[in-house]
Design a protein around this ligand. Structure first.
Ligand SMILES: NC(=O)c1ccc[n+]([C@@H]2O[C@H](COP(=O)([O-])OP(=O)(O)OC[C@H]3O[C@@H](n4cnc5c(N)ncnc54)[C@H](OP(=O)(O)O)[C@@H]3O)[C@@H](O)[C@H]2O)c1
Length: 265
């Protein structure tokens, strides 16, 4: 199959499995997918949060499978449970679980760096390793990898988070080539700032911030198409994409000016 033969998954194709569904973007996206008619499987570590959300829906439409994405066997086991309990395969996998941690020069910490990588990168790899064999065998599936615009280029105090998200953009674009041949649609989701518990502790200014609901709505729209990247909001995306084209010298000079203007010089 080629890129042109790809199509997005539909509720009748199977179950939508979302990691990081206990709060923020993941929980809102679960709500939108349920409203669209999907049967949804929710994964995160906090089972009570997942259950509290699930109780608003019929039991046969929502499966709560608590797991830590950093544990590969737990993720393989989660997939087996979802498919056994639902009696249908996972057709749409949304690798959304992630953590943010501020890390610049003064607070650089290798152990914390490894933890960010473990959740944000290996956690996604563990979900992909679980779902890919079945999707390849069925020659059908859709995978949405939640990265971030912070993965486009190095931003201040984001050395770990940004690196993890850059890795995901790389991983997704690399897989897209072969995935298309196997009938699997791979998409990368790059949000700008979204008001969720994740960024509540981030004291930096948050231009063009969206609500989790608005972010989930944009993601849902993107998942209904076959484009590779689902990125929003537009001003943030284009500013950062333009910045990526600048020569490094100019990029850092503008960054220094920006810091001066904000009184951090
Ligand atoms: N908010 C933003 O501005 C923004 C911007 C760009 C991209 N993103 C990305 O969007 C995704 C969702 O973030 P959010 O903003 O919605 O933040 P959030 O509300 O903090 O949600 C993060 C989710 O990840 C789960 N999680 C964290 N570690 C996990 C682990 N080891 N195993 C399983 N689940 C784990 C959390 O659940 P438990 O704690 O229950 O495990 C939670 O459900 C992340 O990948 C984030 O990087 C966010």
């Amino acid at each position: 199959m080629t890129e042109r033969g790809l199509r997005p998954a539909r509720p009748e194709d199977g179950v939508a499995w979302i990691t990081g569904a206990s709060s923020g973007i993941g929980r809102e996206l679960a709500r939108f997918l349920l409203d669209e008619g999907w049967t949804v499987a929710l994964t995160a570590r906090r089972e009570a949060e997942l259950q509290a959300f699930a109780q608003h829906y019929p039991a046969e439409r929502v499966f709560v499978i608590a797991a830590d994405v950093t544990e590969a066997p737990a993720m393989a086991n989660a997939l087996a449970r979802i498919e056994a309990e639902a009696g249908r395969p996972v057709a749409l996998a949304i690798a959304n679980a992630g953590v943010w941690r501020r890390m610049g020069l003064s607070d650089f910490d290798a152990e914390a760096f490894a933890q960010v990588m473990a959740v944000n990168v290996l956690g996604v790899a563990n979900m992909l390793a679980a779902v890919l064999p079945g999707m390849r065998a069925r020659r059908f599936g859709q995978i949405g990898i939640v990265a971030s615009v912070a993965g486009y280029l190095g931003l201040p105090r984001a050395s770990a988070y940004g690196a993890s998200k850059a890795a995901l953009i790389h991983m997704a674009s690399s897989l897209r080539f072969e995935a298309a041949e196997s009938g699997i649609l791979v998409q990368v989701i790059n949000p700008g700032f979204v008001a969720t518990p994740m960024i509540a502790a981030n004291t930096a200014s948050k231009p063009f911030v969206l609500s989790a609901e608005a972010a989930a709505s944009r993601i849902q729209r993107g998942l209904a198409g076959t484009g590779f990247e689902i990125a929003f909001p537009r001003p943030t995306v284009w500013l950062l994409k333009l910045a990526r084209l600048l020569p490094w010298r100019l990029f850092f000079a503008l960054g220094a000016l920006g810091a001066l203007a904000r009184g951090r010089g």
